[in-house]
Design a protein around this ligand. Structure first.
Ligand code: APR
Length: 256
């Protein structure tokens, strides 16, 4: 029932925002943050590793953790949920994909220019100047050292440590991306929020801004979240199943 309602709203929409979190990539085998703790995630507190202070105190531990994550993402494939987002993108007049994920699975599924509010695993930068290093560290070496400490490379121009190109707790989000995401949320008619716990701010404001501006907010998540109250429609289920079903109902004959 909700699937058909969501499909109806989506097929009429002119300006859409798709807002995604870790649950979007869960069925690609990329662990989420706050559930399904496995491997390193079970042994370390992700929120304590993802800080400038953690990197400063133990750069080898933090760099090794991110290299492990990057290697896992390299081996992962976009799932039918990512493909459904790209299918929506090809069919609605205007869309902005806003992700909190640091993987590249939206791009690899065909989304044109997702906004990465929390940065990317694939854009390490100099911890001193912020410039992106010209050379890219070896992911396969990181795989060999799964779970291990890996010393970060040094910036070729200034010798400072290279750090992951992600936004850590306590850091500000990329200004241009955040501004574009807020503007898109404030002016969309439909926002899909997919696979996010909706607890990390300021990213979690995005669906709330859309709801406040009168958009229909559709949430896709197998579990309840604080966004349940914000959403007009709550579709309880995994992204890789629910999103393709919504697309199929919105545009019959199209398979994501
Ligand atoms: N499909 C859809 N949603 C799912 C699925 C699935 N297959 N599996 C799990 N989920 C949901 C969970 O129920 C949960 O609500 O995905 C959500 C994942 O929440 P978090 O792990 O908190 O991830 P996220 O919301 O992306 O975290 C936000 O916090 O740690 C920081 O910077 C990090 O970007 C991250 C931010």
């Amino acid at each position: 029932m909700e699937t058909r309602q969501a499909a109806g709203v989506l097929s009429e929409a002119r300006r859409v925002v798709v807002f995604t979190g870790a649950g979007m990539s869960a069925e690609s085998g990329v662990p989420t943050f706050r559930d399904a703790l496995t491997g390193l995630w079970a042994r370390f507190d992700a929120e304590r590793l993802a800080t400038p202070e953690a990197f400063h105190a133990d750069p080898d531990l933090v760099w090794g953790w991110y290299e492990w994550r990057r290697a896992r993402v390299r081996r992962a494939e976009p799932n039918p949920g990512h493909l459904a987002v790209a299918a929506i993108e090809a069919r609605v007049p205007a869309i902005t994909v806003v992700t909190q994920n640091v993987d590249d699975l939206h791009e690899r599924a065909g989304s044109q220019a997702p906004i990465h509010l929390h940065g990317s695993l694939f854009a390490p930068r100099c911890a001193g100047t912020g410039a992106h290093p010209a050379t890219f560290p070896d992911v396969e070496a990181a795989m060999a050292a799964e779970g291990g400490r890996i010393p970060p490379p040094r910036c070729a121009s200034c010798g400072a440590l290279v750090r992951p190109g992600v936004v850590w707790f306590g850091e500000t989000l990329p200004e241009a991306g955040l501004t574009a995401a807020v503007e898109a949320a404030a002016s969309c008619d439909v926002l899909l929020t997919v696979g996010t716990s909706g607890v990390v701010h300021p990213a979690a404001e995005i669906p709330r801004i859309a709801a406040g501006a009168g958009a229909t907010v559709i949430q896709i998540n197998p579990e309840p979240t604080p966004l349940d109250r914000v959403a007009t429609l709550n579709l309880r289920g995994p992204a890789a199943k629910v999103l393709p079903a919504v697309v199929a109902a919105a545009w019959p004959g199209v398979s994501a």
